[in-house]
Design a binder for this molecule. Structure first.
Ligand code: SF4
Ligand code: SF4
Length: 301
């Protein structure tokens, strides 16, 4: 039997404020699988599903990192995320409960709701900022402003570096794919349980299209999904050198498959060609999910 995951990612909603040129939301070739992510209002993973996933994980003995976000902007779903974080911490013990935010929509009011509910918020502050304004110049001031809103939650800034993902236009994509092609995937597939906003289980953070057809938490308990024969076979195959060759998604993967906090990992790259069309940087005017919003049923892929 494969070991338990030590990171659980739950994508509570579909929306983001941006269309970063590096992001799988933007670059994934099969638009039928991603176009719902650009609709407004956003699709929300129903609260009873989120809390059941948390309960399932606790029942399985999970005490690792809980991330309440995936390919979406958590500030758009901040009220619910604060509730889920509080629920999780009341029910179980976790290494940390956190989110990654681009920082566009963070304000004093949103921060007040998240402060203390989350253990950590990781903020990118990509350039350019809202309305196309460059963010580089005002970065230090914006960081200080965001930091001033949080008193209990740790705030970490990434500096806005873009990660190399499957189809991103970052110049080192091909060399990363070549370098990692024979390597086992020792973290992403082995240690992360990833649930998207429709409840679908993804193999890893690169699997935005749910290409492995691993099942859905809306009708299957977390334990059954993680320990399914199919998932165990895939994970076991990927734990070996050359295992990526079995799966198209893994064969063309730039990820080294190591832990995010492994100091030996290559640093995230920011070398994006300057010839990219400007619309790729558009900051969307998506609505924040109002408190008490009617939950739109998650769509099955
Ligand atoms: S802000 Fe994050 S989730 Fe949104 S498009 Fe950019 S990389 Fe993707
Ligand atoms: S090799 Fe890449 S696509 Fe395959 S499981 Fe690992 S991170 Fe995901």
């Amino acid at each position: 039997m494969i070991p338990m995951f030590d990171e659980l990612d739950i994508e509570t909603a579909s929306g983001c404020t941006r269309a970063c040129p590096t992001c799988l939301r933007t670059t994934y070739p099969d638009r039928t699988k991603t176009e719902a992510r650009f609709r407004s209002p956003a699709v929300l993973l129903p609260p009873h599903v989120v809390t059941r996933v948390i309960d399932d994980a606790i029942e399985m003995g999970f005490q690792g990192i809980l991330t309440l976000q995936l390919y979406n902007e958590p500030a758009l779903d901040a009220v619910r995320i604060a509730k889920f974080a509080n629920y999780a911490k009341k029910r179980g013990r976790f290494e940390k409960v956190h989110v990654f935010s681009n920082g566009d929509r963070l304000d004093a009011s949103i921060a007040a709701g998240l402060d203390g509910a989350l253990d950590e918020i990781v903020v990118a502050l990509y350039a350019p900022g809202p309305g196309g304004r460059p963010r580089i110049e005002g970065r230090a001031e914006r960081e200080a402003e965001i930091r001033s809103w949080f008193h209990k939650t740790r705030v970490v800034f990434t500096g806005g570096a873009h990660e190399t993902t499957h189809y991103s236009p970052i110049s080192d994509l091909a060399s990363r794919v070549a370098r990692n092609r024979r390597a086992p995937c020792i973290f992403d597939a082995q240690k992360r349980m990833v649930i998207d906003h429709t409840g679908e289980m993804l193999l890893c953070g690169e699997d935005i299209g749910a290409e492995f057809d691993l099942g859905n938490v809306c009708d299957t308990p977390l334990r059954e999904l993680w320990y399914s024969k199919k998932h165990q076979e895939i994970v076991t195959t990927l734990s070996r050198a050359g295992g990526r060759e079995r799966y198209e998604c893994c064969r063309i993967c730039p990820k080294d498959g190591a832990r995010k906090d492994d100091k030996r990992r290559p640093r995230a790259s920011a070398s994006i060609p300057s010839t990219l069309p400007p619309w790729l940087y558009v900051v969307h005017d998506l609505e924040r999910v109002p408190a008490g919003a009617t939950v739109q049923a998650a769509q099955r892929g």
